[in-house]
Design a protein around this ligand. Structure first.
Ligand code: FES
Length: 98
């Protein structure tokens, strides 16, 4: 069973997904869908409420940026990368592998 439908994911507008006891930030960028941990590695903020630009997401709380493709922390104050998850898209069905 899928986690989300592709139609639910608007380009550059992240969605918070709870799965397997984890909170995951799922973001569509063009034809690709990326999934990273939803909780910022700097403090307790939900990244799915942040701003996406290209393949970067900016935490709304203190402005750290992360690479949606790799989870890498790109700017301070975050220094720790986030876990990424594989995403499969089949027709309209989006599934995050945890
Ligand atoms: S909580 Fe995200 S940058 Fe501070």
């Amino acid at each position: 069973m899928s986690d989300l439908s592709l139609a639910q994911l608007l380009d550059g507008q992240p969605v918070r997904l709870e799965k397997g006891g984890r909170a995951i930030c799922v973001t569509r960028v063009g034809s690709e869908v990326f999934a990273i941990d939803d909780t910022c590695s700097h403090s307790d903020a939900s990244l799915s409420e942040g701003d996406v630009s290209g393949t970067k997401i900016e935490c709304w709380l203190h402005g750290a940026e992360f690479d949606l493709r790799t989870g890498e922390a790109l700017t301070l104050p975050a220094v720790t990368s986030l876990k990424t998850y594989s995403v499969s898209v089949a027709d309209d069905a989006v599934t995050v592998e945890i």
